[in-house]
Write a protein that binds this ligand. Structure first.
Ligand code: FPP
Length: 225
């Protein structure tokens, strides 16, 4: 049986979920943020070490200003709201992506939550923020060049943002699209992939559990036989 150590999710379909209900796109994001709770608790209870979530991509800045502003406010609200719960459940909060661009208020909340939860041992909850897989690889290569280190697979793996969390075992995308959209390109090289038509706000731990059970039974060959 495979052990699922690192689960990554592309949380897609918030906008379409809202449209189907004649709501605004931001209402979809709001509902989507609530789902994170259920999924993170499932992971913590089921021995999954790391949950990486695609919350804001390097491309998402192209969205209308009011949606970007709302997502930033939602993120701040999420971080403040989750503080006690993460501490109580021994969950470590971390981020991947270039967060230096965020406004100082949000940045401080992020750094504060990282500090407060750094000893968390039941789950690593990693939000990908201003994250792009290509950007992550390029930044890692630049660091290696600056340090005069060789550019090879081992060094890149050790230098990328998610270095502490290792390769992704299972990558899920909700919302019906069958693509990776620049998410964890390096880490997901050998990941099992699952796509569901369920919009993220309707996704839940029950559907996740079916995918996890399927993953556990898969024969993973990593290029061998
Ligand atoms: C994709 O749906 C979702 C995003 C770009 C943002 C993800 C954000 C959340 C799930 C909520 C916030 C999460 C946290 C942790 C605060 P979409 O807008 O592309 O949906 P669509 O494809 O239906 O338009």
């Amino acid at each position: 049986m495979n052990t699922l150590k690192h689960l990554a999710i592309i949380m897609d379909g918030n906008g379409r979920w809202a449209k189907e209900r004649s709501l605004m796109r931001i209402n979809g994001h709001e509902k989507g943020a609530e789902v994170v709770d259920d999924i993170a608790m499932y992971c913590a209870k089921n021995g999954i070490q790391t949950l990486s979530l695609y919350a804001f991509s390097t491309e998402n800045w192209k969205r209308p200003k009011n949606e970007v502003d709302f997502l930033m406010k939602l993120l701040k609200k999420f971080i403040i709201k989750q503080r006690e719960k993460l501490i109580k459940n021994d969950i470590k909060f971390d981020t991947i992506g270039d967060i230096s661009v965020f406004d100082s208020d949000l940045l401080n909340e992020i750094l504060n939550l990282k500090e407060l939860t750094k000893e968390g041992a039941s789950l690593n909850l990693v939000l990908a923020l201003n994250y792009g897989g290509r950007d992550e690889i390029v930044r890692a290569c630049k660091k290696l060049v600056l340090a005069n280190d060789e550019i090879n697979e081992e060094n890149i793996s050790k230098t990328i943002d998610s270095a502490s969390y290792g390769d992704v075992d299972l990558l899920i995308r909700t919302g019906g699209e069958i693509r990776l959209s620049n998410f964890m390109l390096w880490e997901a090289s050998y990941a099992e992939l699952e796509f569901t038509d369920t919009f993220w706000p309707d996704f839940n731990s029950k559907e996740l559990d079916i995918m996890v059970k399927k993953f556990e039974k898969k024969h993973r060959r990593f290029g061998g036989l």
